[in-house]
Design a protein around this ligand. Structure first.
Ligand code: ATP
Ligand code: MG
Length: 189
């Protein structure tokens, strides 16, 4: 079993590299952003709550997010047998601690944290461009800047959290998609 966290700022390429990882290692993909956007599309109560936070560039409260993740894990127990790629979770220390407990209860653990590092200027650039085609309501310049600020304040401290556990794998997140993927494979094998 191989459980990987793909870690990095908004626009660092988590979704893109996740697709390649799933294919190569036959993992089950959990993107919390996609889970939330699916609720928004279906107009669920959770979707309505999530939308208000997402449109402000803010995180969904930890307790809610942790419950969502636990139910996704339980609903996809079968597909997750080879392992999981966690994309967009954890985003806070509280979420990381909850994930440790959740996986331990299920007899497993996080094996690698792939940290995609990209300079802020390039992140803004990429996300503004993506906004022109994604139609995502949070891909506009003001919200992008807020998301990057939230990333530095709440999410970036996880780098040290995972370095202390010997799990953090630094990956330079600039260059070609395939070149970055080669670096990831080297770090994992
Ligand atoms: P990218 O996918 O390009 O790296 P991103 O990381 O900002 O960009 P998503 O992961 O899709 O995008 O997340 C979009 C929004 O969903 C976040 O800004 C946040 O509001 C909410 N969200 C997603 N995952 C979490 C989480 N683990 N905790 C709290 N909020 C979350
Ligand atoms: Mg994404």
């Amino acid at each position: 079993m191989l459980n990987i966290i793909i870690f990095g700022a908004p626009g660092s390429g988590k979704g893109t590299q996740s697709e390649k990882l799933i294919e190569h290692y036959k993992l089950f993909h959990i993107s919390t952003g996609d889970v939330l956007r699916d609720h928004i599309r279906r107009g669920t109560d959770l979707g309505m709550t999530a939308r208000a936070f997402m449109d402000q560039g803010q995180l969904i409260p930890d307790e809610l997010m942790i419950d969502i993740l636990a139910s996704v894990l339980d609903d996809h127990h079968e597909e997750a047998q080879n392992g999981v790629i966690f994309d967009g979770f954890p985003r806070t220390i509280a979420q990381a601690e909850a994930l440790e407990t959740m996986l331990a209860e299920r007899g497993t653990a996080v094996h690698h944290v792939v940290g995609l590092e990209v300079p802020d200027e390039e992140l803004v650039d990429r996300l503004v461009k993506r906004g022109l085609i994604s139609g995502r309501s949070d891909d506009n310049e003001e919200t992008i800047k807020k998301r990057i600020e939230v990333y530095h304040n709440l999410t970036a401290p996880l780098k040290e959290f995972y370095q202390e556990r010997g799990l953090y794998r630094f990956i330079q997140g600039t260059g070609t998609i395939d070149g970055i993927f080669d670096e990831i494979k080297k770090a994992l094998d």
